[in-house]
Design a protein around this ligand. Structure first.
Ligand code: ADP
Ligand code: ZN
Length: 724
């Protein structure tokens, strides 16, 4: 019985959704739902929540009722279910009586797999009666944190959902959210009244996102430079004010970039028009205030840029979370200037409640710390959610990616601090930089600061350099800013140790981390074909009036551009192509690929996955196996690959090769400790979809967010599994 269930779950995953493997936690959530248990799941954006209820919807008798707060999203969700051959409908206040009656008829006929509704329906007695007389397989509550006053999105309508377990005692309830602290979590469970639920808290790590901070100067030109390196890629640019949103949009348009603005000052009609254009790939870039975001389900957002400092890490995580939902590499870049801090503080100062104000201030400081500290960005973000990121080098942030170098800045720091000290710690950063660079200002002459010893000692470098250095000294707590609204620089205890030569100070020099998202590299998938397939996707999407990513995700198209499937059976092998999509769109895509191959006879399709054979090394009792044994013993003691490499004075690549042999041998290796499970999952998906075992394409595909060593370990595990 269990076996048949298992096989039907996997068959559905493959045939209906076209996926080869589950994302972390999907399988256990689905099994618990099928077992009739209540479920509470916290999964990050892009974790694949919808599959958790859409898949059982196909397997169970009756209708899954999905409660979702956003009317604007319902249609897209229904469309994306329907293109996979799942019968789905929605019911909301925008519909007329005839349309509602039509949905009721479908519901009563028992042929509807999925029904999306807004929470306010639960206040309508008539609706509840109709629901009671139909066959409901289970309830899925999306964005469940909306029921908690402690969350950031409280919606009173959600409180009505507590009726569900009372009125439908025999029907299971599954609640999903992408944001919940422990406090919000228990609040949600209690408010809905979940009955001894199966609880899943997935990691908030998003391994395919590359985090990066650059110092901000002439930000519009910086944005343009980024866009030039990412031609045609879809992305969001966040700005703080409506004016700057408009200006940036106009600037980009004047440079030939297709862009539209979005902020709360635009009319509702204009907002939804612009959002829709972005959603449907009608425009490449949207420049927006934080008003933009709720209701963005677009899976192919390839970058999120912040041109101004966000007010806290929570918002930053949410906003960057909109990138890369399809699991392909995406970039999150923050342009940081300390000058942005007082602008946010201006608003915080106006909060009347003392406690609230000090919390907001603390959060702003954390945000500035994220940008200024030389600590792995991922570690900082996850730390905010109470997750301890212990994997060491994350390989997917500017700090970890190795393009940084420690340099000694003690002498330069002394020059700055000497100027601060000699002027009595009474001046702000601008004036101090003027002194060090030997500027000839009225203020300097009046104060006779051109007579102090430090005047002009930093002439050899420009003001920008010294201003950044001051920021660095503040970030490292050698200097402190005090006073409002004209903060002056003070020297801390640490600062005076540096000034008097008792301590040294270093800083990271960041080399430009060159963006290497897949679209930049012709070698990784065929870009010319991608453009053609994208054209077909857009055409089909426009005819059906759905967003293009609902037809096929970027990831699926890229897969096609690597494997060139020119027949329907070949197309079926592509990740994201289920039976219904194959039937509907297969001909169009296969024909275009065939045409492309005919026009380009030089292109050869990659061979199918080779069968890997290995020679057992257990019998070999030579030096080689001894050195591998030594690695094994250290690893069993809990050491990371880096630590083993260091201790044994061997290269990381060698240690990874040892681990590979050990895994292939079937030795017990705790792989989860060596590589983040979510990341492992993405790498597995890539190997499966690219149908090849080389490591380089993996590293390139993930734009450096995956190392050779990680790819090697995952490959070893997969090969081991294939061989049983
Ligand atoms: P969430 O609602 O959790 O943010 P979605 O349900 O929108 O995420 O899923 C994000 C993306 O991941 C979608 O493009 C979806 O098709 C894809 N996806 C979901 N499950 C899988 C899987 N098992 N394998 C590959 N892709 C998946
Ligand atoms: Zn990192």
């Amino acid at each position: 019985m269990k076996d048949t269930l298992n096989s039907s779950i996997f068959d559905t995953l493959k045939n209906v959704f076209g996926f080869q493997t589950f994302r972390p936690n999907q399988e256990s959530i689905i099994k618990n739902i099928l077992d009739g248990k209540d479920v509470f799941a916290v999964m990050p954006t892009g974790g694949g929540k919808s599959l958790c209820y859409q898949l059982p919807a196909r397997l169970m008798r009756g209708t899954v009722v999905v409660i979702s707060p956003l009317i604007s999203l319902m249609k897209d969700q229904v469309d994306s279910a329907v293109v996979n051959g799942i019968s789905a409908a929605f019911m909301n206040s925008s519909m007329n009586a005839g349309e509602v009656a039509d949905v009721y008829r479908k519901l009563q006929s028992g042929k509807l797999n999925l029904l999306y509704i807004a929470p306010e329906r639960f206040a309508i007695p008539h609706f509840l009666e109709r629901l009671k007389t139909s066959s409901v397989s289970f309830f899925a509550i999306d964005e469940a944190h909306c029921i908690s006053e402690w969350g950031h999105d409280f919606r009173p309508d959600y409180l009505g959902l507590s009726l569900i377990p009372k009125m439908f005692p025999a029907v299971p309830v599954a609640a999903f959210t992408a944001t919940a602290t422990e406090k919000v979590q228990s609040d949600i469970i209690r408010k809905i009244g979940l009955r001894n639920p199966y609880i899943v808290r997935a990691s908030f790590n998003r391994p395919n996102l590359f985090y990066e901070v650059k110092s901000k100067s002439g930000v519009e030109a910086q944005i343009l430079e980024f866009l030039m390196e990412h031609p045609g890629e879809s992305g969001i640019i966040y700005r703080t004010t409506r004016d700057s949103v408009m200006e940036t949009a106009e600037f980009l348009i004047s440079k030939g970039i297709s862009a539209l603005p979005y902020h709360a000052g635009l009319s509702a009609g204009e907002r939804s028009k612009n959002q829709e254009a972005f959603n449907r790939d009608g425009v490449q870039v949207i420049t927006a205030t934080i008003a933009f975001g709720m209701g963005i389900d677009k899976s192919n957002v390839r970058f999120v840029l912040h041109a101004d400092l966000p007010k806290n890490i929570e918002s930053y995580y949410q906003e960057t979370g909109r990138a890369g939902r399809d699991g392909s590499a995406a970039r999150c870049l923050l342009f940081f200037s300390r000058g942005d801090i007082p602008k946010i503080r201006y608003f915080i100062d106006r909060i009347t409640d003392d406690n609230e104000r000090s919390i907001a201030m603390g959060k702003l400081n954390q945000m500035a710390g994220y940008a200024a500290h030389n600590v792995c960005r991922r570690k900082q973000l996850l730390g905010f959610f109470g997750e301890d990121y212990t994997s060491g080098n994350c390989t997917a942030c500017d700090i970890c990616s190795g393009n940084v170098e420690q340099i000694d800045i003690t002498i330069e720091a002394q020059k700055i601090m000497s100027a601060v000290s000699r002027t009595g710690q009474r001046f702000g950063a601008g004036h101090i930089v003027d002194i060090v660079t030997g500027a000839d200002t009225k203020r300097i002459r009046e104060l006779k600061h051109n007579e102090i010893k430090t005047y002009g000692v930093g002439k050899d470098r420009d003001k920008r350099y010294w201003r950044t250095l001051v920021d660095e000294l503040i970030a490292q707590e050698a200097l402190m800013q005090e006073g409002d609204p004209y903060p002056v620089l003070n020297i801390t205890k640490k600062g005076s140790d540096i000034l008097f030569g008792r301590e040294k100070i270093t800083a990271l020099i960041k080399e430009e981390v060159k963006a290497k998202t897949p679209a930049d590299k012709g070698g990784e998938y065929d870009r010319a074909l991608f453009e053609r397939l994208r054209g077909i996707r857009k055409r089909l999407a426009d005819i059906q009036q759905v967003p293009p990513y609902i037809i096929f995700s970027d990831k699926t198209l890229q897969d096609m551009c690597r494997r060139f499937p020119s027949t329907l059976p070949e197309l079926k092998m592509i990740s994201g192509v289920g039976d219904t999509k194959l039937e509907r769109y297969g001909e169009d895509f296969a024909a275009e690929i065939k045409r492309y191959l005919d026009e380009n006879p030089g292109i050869s399709k990659p061979a199918e996955v080779p069968v890997y054979t290995h020679r057992p090394l257990s019998a070999q009792k030579n030096n080689k196996s001894r050195t591998i044994e030594e690695t094994y013993e250290l690893s069993q003691k809990g050491m990371s690959l880096e630590e083993i490499a260091k201790q044994r004075n061997l290269s990381l690549a060698t240690i990874a090769a040892h681990m590979e042999r050990l895994i292939m041998e079937g030795r017990e290796v705790d792989v989860d400790r060596l590589i983040d499970p979510a990341k492992r999952q993405l790498i597995e998906e890539f190997f499966l979809s690219s149908q090849q075992w080389a490591l380089k394409p993996v590293v390139e595909h993930f734009s450096g967010t995956v190392s050779y060593e990680e790819a090697r370990l995952v490959r070893a595990c997969m090969m081991r599994k294939r061989e049983g």
